[in-house]
Design a protein around this ligand. Sequence first.
Ligand SMILES: Cc1cc2nc3c(=O)[nH]c(=O)nc-3n(C[C@H](O)[C@H](O)[C@H](O)COP(=O)(O)O)c2cc1C
Length: 137
Amino acid sequence: MEHAICFISTASNNFTVGEIETLLPKWREKNNKENIKGMLLFSEGNFFQVLEGEKTKVLELFQRIKEDHRHNNIIQVVGKDLSKGSCDHYIVEHLDEAEYSKPELVSQYCESVKGMDLETQQQIKNILKSFIDTRVL
Ligand SMILES: Cc1cc2nc3c(=O)[nH]c(=O)nc-3n(C[C@H](O)[C@H](O)[C@H](O)COP(=O)(O)O)c2cc1C
């Protein structure tokens, strides 16, 4: 059974941008090995993550992530079984100032969840849009 989880969280104060940039590709590598797809965006101290893959693996990973002290204020937006997988790769990115509030980014990222049911897609799109928009407030 495929399962998808989407959450936002805040990086801990002592978790530096340099450390995060080193870790993002490592996590992508590990996820690729486990066949976990989705996306992880880091912007101005906040994470936005979508994890999709075999249910047991996704739940195990999310449990580890929830116990990780390098972030807090974890808000889970989506957690559901999927009839079929949707993402075909794992995107990790650190959005810098030049990329804030680019509407095309939202549609680009949404492309990767387009296999999910419409309600879940919409939930992810909304939260992703506000995640990206918040940068310019
Ligand atoms: C916001 C956030 C997202 C994370 N995402 C992943 C991830 O996608 N894949 C992963 O393997 N670890 C991720 N981690 C790290 C895990 O919490 C955990 O440290 C790691 O999986 C432990 O791996 P290890 O026991 O093999 O060292 C993330 C951590 C944070 C704070």
